[in-house]
Write a protein that binds this ligand. Structure first.
Ligand code: GTP
Length: 415
């Protein structure tokens, strides 16, 4: 196969995944280590051929309950391990975030191009305080990592404010009245960021700005509006990395006042995933412990590294990497998992594979949304769906629940 065809195939494959997480962080905090650990497949999961799609884009997995648990059946599926289902997502390493990026420092706001398409952001922070604001190594505890948390927020807010401010006067002149049009006009400016009219309307109403005409908005209104919109549309979770180096984890309580936070040791996760791949240990990402395989003779460096990893895992209750990804999807974005099937009695597709697919959908998604996530034509010809748990027919607007198993019947599937 020619190289460019190969590239096109890889990108097409990546587009299959609607869910994208952006990884932020200044230099030296362990962002690349987090990215490598999260996209490193272990022997048990991940039958996908490509884990790194582009240098800064890879496939990671989030884990949830497989529907096989509900039906108390056992099935063989590469993404189901003892009833735990792994679902692929896109992880993008967002480069170039430095203080002043919105003013063109470093790579300028190139980082925001990548962050733009992400639905949720993981901010990797060096919780041990051994990396200063410019990313230089300093003795542990000498840099206050809270500064990093604040500067990232500041960059985003400033950048969004710039987008809006650039055309605010023009927009205000055009829209002397009608709040509906204001919402549309603002949403249009932010459409490239995955922000829609509903988000803008929600924020405007929450801040009671609907009664103000755009020319009556002051600087404080703009700042608050942008901040609230950013929080709603680009939620952030902090991966408090290098927590293994922290003598006490009280700094995490400070982070938690700003964003949800998980103690992490990306380096330990990378080590454990590599040791699993090399057949040394039994470990599943997200577990709170691991076991050295029977009959394995570790050499002294391996023995030492795994002893250290054991201490970290027991101190932090896991390495935090998988927990961060899961939290981003299921707690922050509140995604649900739905299992589409073609035969609701056998829970299979037409090749007989049981629970072949698992889709991540937004809370409130309908049966038609599920059809759309499989194929536009399936949604267009939607007739009804069958809930495999209740055996009931449901309509296009039926709201789905986490763990639902559904057969979609459409003119396409009948034809
Ligand atoms: N103790 C400890 N060290 C870590 C951890 N994660 C990464 N490191 C170390 O921190 C250093 C920087 O890690 P990188 O992953 O290269 O950091 P980065 O943020 O990607 O930095 P750039 O590539 O410069 O942007 C390396 O020496 C890693 O081994 C961790 O969880 N604990």
């Amino acid at each position: 196969m020619k190289l460019n065809t190969f590239g096109i195939l890889i990108r097409a494959y990546a587009r299959l995944f609607c869910m994208q997480i952006g990884l932020l962080g200044k230099t030296n905090v362990g962002k690349s280590t987090f990215f490598s650990a999260a996209t490193q497949t272990t022997a048990q999961i991940g039958n996908y051929p490509f884990t790194t799609i582009e240098p800064n884009m890879g496939i990671a997995y989030v884990k949830t309950d497989c529907a096989c648990k509900h039906f108390a059946i056992s099935h063989i599926h590469p993404m189901c391990v003892n009833g735990t289902r792994y679902i692929a997502i896109k992880l993008i390493d967002v480069a170039g975030l430095v203080p002043g990026a919105h003013e063109g420092k470093g790579l300028g706001n190139k980082f925001l191009d990548d962050a733009r398409t992400s639905e949720v952001l993981i901010h990797v922070v060096d919780a041990s305080g051994s990396t200063d604001i410019q990313g230089q190594s300093v003795p542990a505890g000498t840099h206050d990592p809270l500064e990093d948390v604040k500067f990232v927020e500041e960059e985003f807010d400033q950048w969004m404010k710039q987008i809006l401010q650039r055309e605010w006067q023009k927009l205000a002149r055009e829209l002397e009245s009608k709040s509906g049009k204001v919402i549309q006009a603002i949403a249009q400016r932010f459409s490239g960021l995955g922000i829609d009219e509903y988000d803008v309307e929600y924020v405007i109403h929450n801040l009671h700005l609907q009664s103000k005409k755009p020319n009556e908005w002051n600087e404080d209104d703009l700042v608050l509006f942008v901040k609230t919109l950013r929080k709603r549309t680009k939620p952030i979770i902090i991966a408090a990395n290098k927590s293994d180096l922290c003598h006490d984890l009280s700094i995490l309580d400070e982070f938690k006042k700003i964003h949800p936070t998980i103690a992490c040791s990306a380096e330990t996760e990378l080590l454990l995933r590599k040791a699993t791949k090399n057949g040394l240990i039994d470990y599943l990402p997200g577990e709170k412990s691991f076991k050295i395989k029977d009959g394995i003779n570790l050499n002294p460096p391996q023995q030492k590294a795994l002893e250290l990893a054991e201490k970290v895992v027991s101190k932090l209750g896991g390495t935090g990497v998988q927990q961060t990804l899961d939290y981003a999807c299921f707690d922050l974005l509140k995604l649900i998992t739905v299992f589409p099937v073609e035969d609701e009695t056998k829970l299979s597709n037409k090749n007989g594979e049981v629970l072949p697919d698992a889709k991540l959908l937004r809370l409130g998604a309908t049966a038609r949304d599920l059809a759309k996530s499989i194929h536009q034509d399936l949604a267009k010809g939607f007739l009804f769906a069958i809930d495999a748990k209740t055996k009931q027919r449901v309509g296009a607007d039926h709201q789905l629940k986490n763990g639902d198993v559904l057969k979609i019947v459409s003119t396409l599937s009948r034809g």
